[in-house]
Design a protein around this ligand. Structure first.
Ligand SMILES: [Zn+2]
Ligand SMILES: [Zn+2]
Length: 414
C-alpha cells in the first residue's frame, strides 16, 4: 500500500500522541514526560533504543533486512550494514503561556509547545512505525533522533557528543529534519532551499571595565559609559562598512545596563547582543571583527573590555543535492503543488545546523496553519496564539518515511 495511505491509517494515533505531548510540555534538555510518551509510542517496534545521559534524548536504530553486498545481506531482519539515513525531531517547548483555547492546550502554566515540536515528535514516531513495517525491504539503517533542548539549549550538539551520528555504526549518508510553521505557508505545503536555510545566531555578552568615581571629577575615574556607547554605534558602522550586502550580517544590542544614579561613575557597563549571519565565512568574520572592535575601543580610552559568546548556533546550510532530492520526494509522493521553493533564508536559527555541519542533508519547513485560517495573518511560531493543525501529521510522517526509503535506495554516485 502507498505510504500516504499507511500514514493516513495511523493519523488518529499520531494526533493522540501529539495532543498528549502538547498537554504536558517541558522545557530544555530534561524532558522525562515527553521521553516516556515517545518510548511508549515506539514500544514493540524492532528498534535498538538508547537514551541520552546529559539530556533526555531518544535514539532509535532500525536495521534494514535487505542489505546487499556483504555476508549479512539477505538474512532478513536486523541484518545490519548498508547506508544510514538520520531523521530528526526536536521535543522541547517554550516558556510561553498558551492562549489558544484548544481542547488539548497546555496544562502546565507558563509552558507551551509554541514552536510545534510536539508535531515533529509525533511525525517521527509515526515514521518509525511506517519504516518498521518496511524493515525487510530496507537496504540500510535508519537513525531516529528525538532531541530535547532545541530552543537555545543546543541539544543536537549534546546528542552528537553522545554518539548519535555513530548510532548505527556507519555515519549517516544523509540527514533530514522537518519543521512546522503556524503561519506564512498554507497547511500541507513543504518548503526548503539549496544552501543557507537559516541564520547563525550568537549571543554575546560585553562588559566594559572602568573605574568608578565621583560624577563631578571624571578625570579621577575611568568612565565605562561613553566607551560602551561608542561600541554600540561603532558596531553599526562595522556592519555597513565591512560586510557584503549580499551576504548580510545583523547586530542588535538588545540590552545596555550601567550605573545607579546621576552623580556616580560606575565601575562597569554591560551590553547584550545578538548577531545573525548567513554564511560560515561571514560568521567567522563577524565574530572576530566584533571581538576586536570591543577590545580596541575600550583600549583606545585606556579601559578594558571582555566579550563572551554563549549559546551560539551555526548557519543551517542545506546540501544542494539533498535539498533538491527532498523537493522531488515531496512532489512525487504528495504532488507538485505541495512544494514551494523558499526564496530567502530565514533569520531564525536551528541547532539541526550542528548535524548539517557533519552530514549532508536538508531542513524542510511544513505549513501547519489550520486550513480555515489565512496563513498571511495567522500568529507565527512562538506566539501564545500559534495553532498547528493535526491535518499535517500523516503527510509529515509519510515524507520522513519516503525520504529514508528513497535515500537508502538511491545509487551512490561517484
Ligand atoms: Zn522555536
Ligand atoms: Zn522550533
Amino acid at each position: 500500500m502507498a505510504v500516504t495511505q499507511d500514514a493516513a491509517a495511523i493519523a488518529g494515533d499520531l494526533a493522540q500522541l501529539r495532543h498528549a505531548i502538547h498537554a504536558e510540555p517541558e522545557i530544555g534538555l530534561h524532558l522525562p514526560l515527553t521521553q516516556q510518551k515517545i518510548l511508549a509510542a515506539l514500544d514493540g517496534l524492532p528498534l535498538e533504543v538508547t537514551l541520552g545521559t546529559a539530556l533526555s534524548s531518544v535514539t532509535a536504530v532500525l536495521r534494514g533486512g535487505a542489505v546487499k553486498g556483504d555476508s549479512d545481506g539477505g538474512t532478513g531482519r536486523g541484518a545490519g550494514g548498508g547506508p544510514v539515513v538520520l531523521l530528526r525531531a526536536d521535543m522541547d517547548a517554550l516558556p510561553v503561556t498558551e492562549r489558544t483555547g484548544l481542547g488539548y492546550a497546555s496544562t502546565i502554566d507558563g509552558t507551551m509547545h509554541a514552536c510545534g515540536h510536539d508535531l515533529h515528535s509525533a511525525m517521527l514516531a509515526g515514521a518509525a512505525r511506517l519504516l518498521s513495517a518496511r524493515q525487510a525491504d530496507l537496504p540500510g539503517s535508519v537513525v531516529f533522533m528525538f532531541q530535547p533542548g532545541e530552543e537555545g539549549h543546543g541539544g543536537a550538539r549534546f546528542m552528537i557528543e553522545e554518539g548519535v551520528l555513530e548510532a548505527a555504526g556507519e555515519r549517516p549518508a544523509a540527514a533530514y529534519a522537518l519543521h512546522v510553521a503556524s503561519a506564512e505557508l498554507p497547511a500541507g505545503v513543504f518548503s526548503s532551499r539549496e544552501g543557507t536555510m537559516m541564520a547563525a545566531a550568537e549571543a554575546l555578552n560585553v562588559t566594559v571595565h572602568g573605574r568608578g568615581g565621583h560624577g563631578s571629577e571624571p578625570h579621577h575615574a575611568a568612565d565605562p559609559i561613553p566607551v560602551a556607547c561608542e561600541i554600540v554605534t561603532a558596531l553599526q558602522v562595522l556592519v555597513t562598512r565591512t560586510f557584503d550586502i549580499a551576504d548580510p550580517v545583523v547586530i542588535t544590542v538588545g540590552s545596555f545596563h550601567a550605573g545607579t544614579t546621576n552623580n556616580v561613575i560606575p565601575d562597569e557597563a554591560r551590553l547584550q547582543l545578538t548577531i545573525r549571519s548567513f554564511s560560515p565565512a561571514a560568521r567567522t568574520r563577524v565574530r572576530d571583527a566584533v571581538t576586536r572592535l570591543v577590545h580596541n575601543t575600550a583600549s583606545a580610552h585606556g579601559l578594558t573590555a571582555t566579550a563572551e559568546f554563549e549559546n551560539s548556533y551555526p548557519v543551517t546550510v542545506n546540501d544542494d543535492q539533498e535539498a533538491r532530492f527532498a523537493a522531488e520526494v515531496v512532489a512525487d509522493v504528495l504532488g507538485e503543488d505541495r512544494y514551494r521553493p523558499q526564496a530567502n533564508p530565514m533569520a531564525g536559527a536551528e541547532d539541526f545546523s550542528f548535524v548539517l555541519e557533519e552530514v549532508p542533508g536538508a531542513f524542510v519547513m511544513l505549513g501547519a496553519c489550520p486550513p480555515t485560517v489565512d496563513p498571511a495573518t495567522a500568529p507565527f511560531n512562538h506566539s501564545a496564539l500559534a495553532v498547528f493543525d493535526d491535518v499535517v501529521l500523516a503527510d509529515g510522517a509519510a515524507l520522513f518515511t519516503e525520504l529514508a526509503v528513497r535515500r537508502l535506495n538511491r545509487p551512490s554516485e561517484g
